[in-house]
Design a protein. Structure first.
Length: 258
């Protein structure tokens, strides 16, 4: 076995929404495989806290942070300009930034549902396009989009979020085919409930938690590190023949019929 197939030494990764939860776990996983990691997030304090923690835990790796709201196009461009200044191109882009507001379909304002699309879908599409010239500086590179099971089936996330994630999954397939000749693999992961700050409030309701677990064959809530493991695999040379896929990280949720 060639050990290099399971390493990311010398590679540079950009992780959006990297200051907490799944994004932070992804950054940690990529650092563990040898990559240098650039973090992007809106909250400057949380971002610096994450950067300092990761830099301390991985002193041999380079960990940098950039404050940006990727829902804003000007800030997306500034982020990629910053990445370009490193002069190494980019090996890995993880489109993890996202957000949601759960309402009944008829109760969303136009501004609210458009913002859900902006942060979850349009940001990933535009960052992928802006990053394309940097990714193609290398013979092989990878994009991983963090989707959701709500992009494959109805869950109680609200219609706009499910619509945006479904479009992200299809975007993954389209870009995978279009950019294969450029050496850019594009894949996605689709988590179910993962234990993060964002899910804490809902999962603290014992009745709601029981309902979730009844629909989850493995019988527990997922951890951010379990999403990070799937993301890292899709970035590794070991997965070099995998593109256009969406891997559910869901404890069997999507496969649970009656």
């Amino acid at each position: 076995m060639d050990p290099k197939r399971w390493r990311l030494d010398g590679q540079l990764a950009l992780v959006t929404g990297g200051s907490a939860g799944i994004g932070r776990a992804i950054a940690r996983e990529l650092l563990g495989f040898g990559a240098d990691v650039l973090l992007a997030a809106r909250d400057a304090t949380a971002l610096e806290s994450a950067r300092m923690e990761l830099a301390e835990d991985f002193p041999e790796r380079d960990v940098q942070g950039f404050v940006a709201d990727v829902a804003e196009d000007e800030q997306r461009r500034e982020l990629l300009d910053w990445v370009e200044d490193f002069g190494e191109g980019l090996h890995i882009l993880v489109n993890n930034a996202g957000g949601n507001l759960t309402r009944a379909a008829v109760e969303y304002t136009e501004e609210e549902w458009r913002q859900i699309f902006e942060i979850n879908l349009f940001s990933a599409f535009e960052l992928s396009r802006y990053a394309h010239p940097l990714l193609t500086k290398h013979a092989a590179s990878a994009i991983v989009n963090v989707g959701s099971v709500s992009g494959s089936t109805h869950v109680r996330s609200g219609a706009p979020y499910g619509m945006a994630k479904a479009a992200m999954h299809q975007m993954t397939r389209n870009l995978a085919v279009e950019w294969a000749e450029d050496g850019v693999r594009v894949n996605a992961v689709a988590p179910w409930y993962i234990r993060t700050r964002r899910t804490q409030t809902k999962l603290s309701d014992p009745d709601y938690l029981d309902e979730v677990l009844l629909r989850t064959p493995i019988g527990r809530i997922g951890e951010p590190e379990e999403v990070a493991g799937a993301v890292a695999f899709l970035c590794l040379p070991a997965s070099s023949y995998v593109t256009g896929e969406c891997i559910a990280v869901d404890g069997g949720f999507l496969r649970y019929g009656f």
